[in-house]
Design a protein around this ligand. Structure first.
Ligand SMILES: CSCCC(=O)C(=O)COP(=O)(O)O
Ligand SMILES: [Mg+2]
Length: 261
């Protein structure tokens, strides 16, 4: 077994979700189809609610920022012109969400709406968060060894808490010291990792970040975090250069903590 020796200065393990704790197939085959299939019905049912209107405003603002991108669907403002107009706006939001999802965009606006939509699906038991089998036992071990464990995902903090709160392993939220999403900054920007360390109250070199995406690993490394790239079944392949540059692990069991015997 390959072993990644965790440097002694590391006191925090920061985890990505999709492709790291959780199979990409769970996201692509369970989480995302639920959104695509239910977004119109969800918008009709929740249209009058403040939370839903905030989600639409954020999506509208994002569409304005995206106005130079191919295929973007603008979201018109509602002027109070009756039910037909509401249906038109709803259809624009649906088309915008489908367009963003076809590109697997990680905008805060899309992720916020998704998090709100998954609430009912988790609470009714229709969906349960899934993890690779090594994940939960390893996190328990790290915590026993005194490590703090945080999540940083493009999925909204609310979506993260649903995934870990309603999972095949039960409610395992207690295993995490905190959660970060793109509100702190995008995962490919090094400044996000500096902000995360500062929010935790440690130096970036006290943190080990585990992710499947090398652009994220690169940004974290630029901020002086330690990184290992997680290679899981179904993840995107790595180039030969990436394979030789990054420390690679295929299971959390391959992390060797300084205090391990
Ligand atoms: C609870 S996260 C849902 C999955 C998701 O929407 C996503 O974008 C995952 O991205 P990650 O940064 O975890 O790779
Ligand atoms: Mg990922």
């Amino acid at each position: 077994m390959v072993v990644f020796a965790v440097p002694a200065e590391v006191a925090v393990i920061l985890l990505d979700i999709e492709g790291t704790t959780t199979p990409i197939t769970y996201v692509k085959d369970t989480l995302f189809p639920y959104i695509k299939d239910n977004v119109k019905e969800y918008l009709r049912a929740h249209w009058e609610e403040e939370e839903c209107q905030q989600d639409i405003s954020l999506l509208r603002k994002q569409a304005e920022e995206d106005s130079n991108l191919d295929g973007v669907v603008p979201i018109p403002l509602e002027t109070g012109n009756g039910e037909d107009e509401v249906e038109q706006v709803i259809q624009a939001v649906v088309d915008n969400v489908h367009w963003q999802m076809s590109l697997d965009r990680k905008t805060t606006a899309l992720k916020q709406l998704q998090g709100h939509m998954w609430r009912a699906a988790y609470a009714t038991g229709r969906m349960k968060g899934e993890f690779f089998q090594d994940v939960v036992p390893a996190i328990r071990k790290w915590r026993e060894a005194g490590m703090k464990v945080y999540i940083y995902s493009s999925g909204s903090v609310e979506a993260q808490k649903l995934l870990f709160g309603y999972s095949t392993e039960g409610d395992i939220l207690e295993l995490f010291d905190g959660h970060f999403d793109t509100k702190i900054g995008h995962k490919v920007e090094s400044e996000s990792y500096r902000r995360i360390a500062s929010s935790i109250g440690c130096s970036t070199n006290n943190v080990l970040f585990l992710t499947d995406v090398t652009r994220e690993a690169n940004a974290a490394e630029e901020a002086d975090m330690h990184v290992a790239v997680v290679v899981r079944p179904g993840n995107a392949g790595l180039t030969d250069d990436e394979k030789s540059y990054y420390s690679l692990i295929t299971s959390f069991n391959e992390l060797f903590l300084p205090s391990s015997t």
